[in-house]
Design a protein around this ligand. Structure first.
Ligand code: C2E
Ligand code: MG
Ligand code: MG
Length: 637
């Protein structure tokens, strides 16, 4: 664009300069032509006075002749001489005129003396030839100059015609450039508007735009006595898509949400991306919570259809919370917040769609309070550990205990880990929490393994600590663990770290490196809740882990659910094939314990054996425990 403008300016200047140069040339040529005309006129005057004098020799005619002659000399002297040819031509004119002016006083003197014969001879031999030659030369030069002037005028006309043609073209181009500028600036304005109203990745309306449209819908609702619903949809395990497949796939997935959902919405509805994997849908005049629930269910089920990410077919679940005005809030902020609360509850309960209900709030403000209070709770010793024994199924020997954290809240009472550990994981508070748990658990482990020999099985009692995904992303974590082991003087082999498959899959290469460090320290690693994640077996083979801990959801139902029994059997076989130990958690009855023994499971944990206990209760329990096989039947591996 700038180039066009510069070209246009250069063209305009050039055509102006060309036209004014042509005009200057024309002016010079015309001046010259005038000089030649004057010279021709003077010469003809001179000649006629010359003849007159010979017929009527008066002093007036002689004076007039002299005057004209001086005039002609001046005219010839002032004729400009540019190039060499012109200079030679001019010198010739001046020489001829000189011959003539030097000749006629002698002719006039002969006339004055009455000697007409001498006068005629002088005339024919000197003045006449000089005059004829001068006349011919001036005429020739004047004609030449006339031709030059005509050509110059022609050039000027050409330049003017060019300008006349070029000016409208330049004007048109100028107008075009202006229009393009206007267009660009309008597009820029639109882009800026789009940027402020639209989400950059998906092109969907963004949060700000959602608020505007929501406010409009609520205003309209007051007039029409209708109801507006807000739906908040959050993709389940989206972080894992990003972490395991990469952000490119994550972005692709987010971009496909709009096209997938939009066809199921009305023209008046608004689908917006609030951020991350959270989408909000505004349903003006929704028809109430029941209708909103129906819409939400339709949306969630359509999201369950596989997505194509490059050539990969990918299925994902999503959770939706919804709130409807006026019952759940009369402004868009309240509706969004309540739909969000419902969505969180839906996520925790694994129920795809949840409508807001004020009782749900009981958990949510508490969730915020938890985040505020947790740092003080850690510092002020409000956290406490319970220990749940783990026994070797075949020998009955107590091999260790899992440390399970609780929060003794001064006003809320005992808070279960499920109610604050996930919040701590999201906020980063999990790092000081894990540090505290490891410290407390190792203190206890040291106590179990110290002192005089106890009835049985006390020596070598290990303690298992649960660690979260964040710990597996923290390069400093193995260093902290080693320092804690050193500080407490506990052999690394007595510490078991339980990590979930999902935690490993959050960033497999990094988790792998950290697990390797921990393994190198001699710490034992266990994969907790095994079977609930979706780690690939080939990947599992590469991990430096020591045992698989079968999730209680399979163990608890393995007697009634054939599928669960199959899973438990497969996990045990798989673990043994990979040279790993197996722990079954959530054993609640004897039959299950026996079944596990039959299947060759190594270690048992569950309420049937013992629930989680505070440290002193655990001490008493272990004193009473008898080392004997837990199951009467012979279990074979
Ligand atoms: P988990 O690591 O799978 O722990 C086992 C959970 O199952 C414990 O719940 C335990 O009390 C419970 N349980 C044990 N035996 C039975 C049984 O026979 N039946 C049933 N239904 N449940 C049984 P708890 O203590 O509520 O812990 C829940 C989860 O909280 C843990 O699951 C673990 O993921 C997390 N957690 C607990 N303590 C910590 C901790 O210190 N750090 C971290 N990061 N997470 C922790
Ligand atoms: Mg555990
Ligand atoms: Mg578990």
């Amino acid at each position: 664009m700038t180039l066009v403008l510069v070209a246009l300016a250069v063209f305009a200047t050039w055509s102006n300069l060309a036209a004014s140069a042509a005009a200057r040339r024309v002016a010079t040529a015309t001046d010259l032509l005038e000089s030649y005309d004057r010279a021709r006129f003077d010469l003809s005057q001179e000649e006629s006075l010359d003849r007159k004098y010979r017929m009527q020799p008066t002093s007036e005619i002689s004076a007039a002749h002299t005057e004209v002659s001086v005039d002609l000399t001046a005219t010839l002297d002032h004729l400009p001489a540019g190039d060499r040819t012109q200079r030679l031509g001019l010198a010739r004119l001046q020489a001829l005129h000189k011959t003539y002016t030097q000749g006629f006083p002698r002719v006039f003197a002969a006339v004055d003396a009455g000697n007409s014969t001498l006068a005629a001879r002088l005339d024919s031999s000197i003045t006449e030839p000089a005059l004829v030659s001068l006349e011919a030369a001036i005429y020739a030069d004047a004609n030449q100059q006339a031709l030059i002037t005509a050509a110059t005028i022609h050039d000027l006309r050409g330049a003017t015609r060019g300008m006349l043609l070029a000016t409208p073209v330049a004007f048109a181009i100028g107008v075009l450039v202006l229009l393009v500028f206007l267009r660009i600036s309008r597009n820029d304005r639109r882009t800026i508007e789009t940027r402020t109203n639209r989400d950059a990745l998906t092109g969907l309306p963004n949060r700000g735009s959602f608020y505007d449209r929501g406010a409009q819908a609520l205003l309209g609702e007051e007039r029409n006595e209708s109801m507006t619903s807000v739906l908040v949809i959050d993709l389940d395990r989206f972080k894992e898509v990003n972490d395991t497949l990469g952000h490119r796939f994550g972005d692709q997935l987010l971009c496909q949400i709009g096209p997938r959902i939009s066809p199921l919405l009305r023209r008046t509805d608004t689908l917006s991306r609030l951020g991350g994997d959270e989408f909000a849908i505004l349903l003006p005049d929704s028809g109430g919570p029941k209708a909103a629930h129906q819409v939400a269910r339709r949306l969630i089920s359509c999201l369950r259809e596989p997505f194509m990410l490059d050539t990969l077919k990918f299925t994902i679940d999503a959770t939706c919370g919804h709130a409807t005005s006026p019952q759940d809030g009369t402004d868009i902020d309240a509706l969004l917040q309540h739909a969000d609360v419902a969505m969180y509850v839906g996520k925790a309960a694994h129920s795809g769609v949840v409508g807001y209900d004020p009782t749900l709030d009981v958990n949510c403000p508490a969730r915020l309070a938890i985040l505020n209070e947790l740092p003080t709770a850690i510092r002020d010793g409000e956290l406490v550990l319970q220990y749940q024994p783990k026994r070797d199924i075949r020998t009955g020997r107590v091999v260790g205990a899992e440390a399970l954290v609780r929060w003794r809240h001064p006003t809320r009472g005992l808070i279960a880990p499920d109610d604050f550990v996930p919040a701590a994981e999201h906020s980063g508070l999990i790092t000081p929490l894990t540090t505290w748990v490891i410290d407390a658990a190792l203190t206890q482990c040291r106590h179990w393994n110290d002192g005089p020999p106890r009835p049985y099985g006390r020596a070598g009692l290990s303690v298992a600590v649960n660690v979260s995904a964040r710990n597996l992303l923290d390069d400093n974590f193995p260093v902290e663990v080693r320092e804690a082991l050193d500080r407490h003087g506990v052999p690394a082999a007595l510490l078991v770290l339980e990590v979930t498959e999902t935690a490993i899959m959050a960033d497999p290469p990094r988790a792998h490196a950290i697990l390797q460090h921990l393994h190198d320290l001699g710490v034992r690693l266990s994969i907790d809740d095994f079977g609930t994640g979706y780690s690939s077996l080939s990947y599992l083979k590469l991990l430096p882990v020591d045992e698989l801990k079968i999730d209680k959801s399979f163990v608890r139902h393995m007697n009634d659910e054939y599928n669960d029994l199959t899973i438990v059997r497969s996990v045990i076989d798989l673990a043994h094939n990979l040279g790993l130990g197996t722990v079954a958690e959530g054993i609640e009855d004897r039959i299950t314990l026996e079944r596990l023994a039959e299947l060759g499971c190594d270690v048992a944990q569950g309420y049937y054996l013992a629930g989680p206990m505070y440290a002193d209760a655990f001490d008493s329990w272990i004193l009473a425990a008898v080392e004997t096989s837990l199951v009467p039947t012979k279990s074979g591996r």
